[in-house]
Design a protein around this ligand. Structure first.
Ligand SMILES: NC(=O)c1ccc[n+]([C@@H]2O[C@H](COP(=O)([O-])OP(=O)(O)OC[C@H]3O[C@@H](n4cnc5c(N)ncnc54)[C@H](OP(=O)(O)O)[C@@H]3O)[C@@H](O)[C@H]2O)c1
Length: 367
């Protein structure tokens, strides 16, 4: 998909949970080259290996071990073309905007710009067509930008659920309503996250803001882009068929991998059978794979036949955490069909999505 050119990249929030996963993945990337790392003033000026509390199973890649951590200022990343952001949402908004204004391509995991009417919210296995909003984002910037833009990826639990929903809509037409109950891993809250005293032997039935994010982001991602008579584009929030989403989010004592129980009702009557749903999920191919993105999973969705799968400990590393696992596809007595989804929150739910988004931008000639 790409000529021999190497592209220098920077990682903001490089010491955090998502930042560490960025570094692990990018250290082996075929054409993105880790060049600069940024974090807070607490970490800046230190060697990366001294600043970070490394929590990955593989050692710190040698390419970053002795890099000096920078402050998150565009001038410290001057040689980079692409910026991956794993910044804390408390600070991500203005920092990411400063990098966009300085003509960087910014791929963010934070919530801050997801609702921006000109910022694509892209789950790369689902809605790469939303990159079409970037020319308008650049044009509306003051002054207009030549190269800079922000693309965000979704909340980690939204990402897991929109992939099978997109597969089902592609096969059977619009979904009318969707109920989701999540069991979310503690790594989703960053490090050190929820205290062990609160999460061991326990389930916490509240994750601040998470349910609202799932209910809103799903509409933006599964919706299309409309264009007015005077050429202004906007995200249509699934206008072709109103979609009601209800989410209940729980934190459970799992380290990595969000499990979600999903029930859906289709607009079409009669609805598809469980077997038709299984076949549609298995045969779903993402745009990212079609575009030969090197980090895209070969098989987007794996459908388990065993009654007790997927499970986070067994299935979270499916396709290096880039694939989605589904199981227990069966009839729902209230809506139409119900099933269980498992997605790796730190991989496809965060860093892997950003990296595939950047690969898509390269393949589309946007970078
Ligand atoms: N964890 C997940 O599964 C997941 C999934 C999807 C999206 N996200 C989103 O991704 C982002 C990062 O999450 P995380 O779990 O990796 O969080 P985290 O472990 O708490 O890491 C936060 C990072 O932000 C940096 N930071 C904090 N304050 C800063 C400041 N004032 N200036 C510059 N850098 C600053 C930290 O640097 P220091 O080490 O120097 O403090 C650290 O590198 C969040 O917006 C989160 O909502 C997370």
């Amino acid at each position: 998909m790409h000529d021999a050119r190497k592209i220098k990249v920077g990682v903001l929030g490089a010491t955090g949970t998502v930042g560490q996963r960025f570094i692990s993945l990018l250290s082996e990337h075929p054409f993105f080259v880790l060049h600069a790392l940024g974090a807070s003033h607490r970490s800046a000026s230190k060697l990366y290996s001294h600043a970070v509390t490394w929590k990955q199973t593989r050692p710190i890649p040698s390419v970053v071990r002795d890099l000096v951590v920078e402050e998150c200022k565009p001038e410290c990343f001057a040689e980079c073309e692409v910026i991956f952001s794993g910044l804390d949402a408390d600070v991500a908004g203005p920092i990411e905007e400063a990098f966009r204004s300085a003509e960087f391509a910014v791929f963010s995991n934070a919530k801050n710009h997801r609702r921006d009417p000109n910022v694509p919210l892209v789950v790369p296995l689902v809605n790469s067509s939303h990159f079409a909003m970037i020319p308008q984002q650049r044009a509306l910037h003051s002054p207009p930008l030549q190269k800079g833009f922000i693309v965000t990826n979704a909340n980690c639990s939204t990402t897991g659920v929109v992939v099978p929903l997109a597969a089902l809509e592609r096969a059977f037409g619009p979904i009318e309503s969707c109920m989701i109950t999540t069991m979310q891993a503690i790594s989703g809250a960053g490090y050190p996250g929820v205290s062990s005293f609160d999460i061991l032997d326990n389930v916490v039935p509240y994750i601040g803001g998470e349910e609202e994010k799932m209910e809103w982001e799903t509409l933006k991602i599964l919706g299309g882009i409309s264009e007015s008579d005077d050429g202004v584009r906007s995200f249509d929030m699934h206008a072709r068929q109103p979609l009601r989403v209800s989410a209940q989010c729980n934190r459970v004592p799992v380290i990595e991998g969000h499990t979600e129980c999903v029930s859906v009702r289709f607009a079409r009557r009669p609805p598809p059978s469980p077997q038709q749903v299984r076949e549609a999920l298995v045969s779903f191919t993402s745009d990212a794979w079609t575009a030969s993105c090197p980090s895209a999973p070969r098989h987007t969705i794996f459908v388990h036949e065993e009654p007790d799968r997927p499970q986070p400990r067994l299935d979270r590393d499916y396709q290096a955490g880039a694939g989605i696992s589904v199981g227990r596809v069966r009839q729902c007595q209230v809506l139409d069909i119900k099933f269980v989804v498992l997605a790796n929150n730190v991989a496809i739910g965060a860093a892997t999505s950003s990296i595939i988004n950047a690969e898509l931008a390269v393949s589309k000639g946007i970078i």
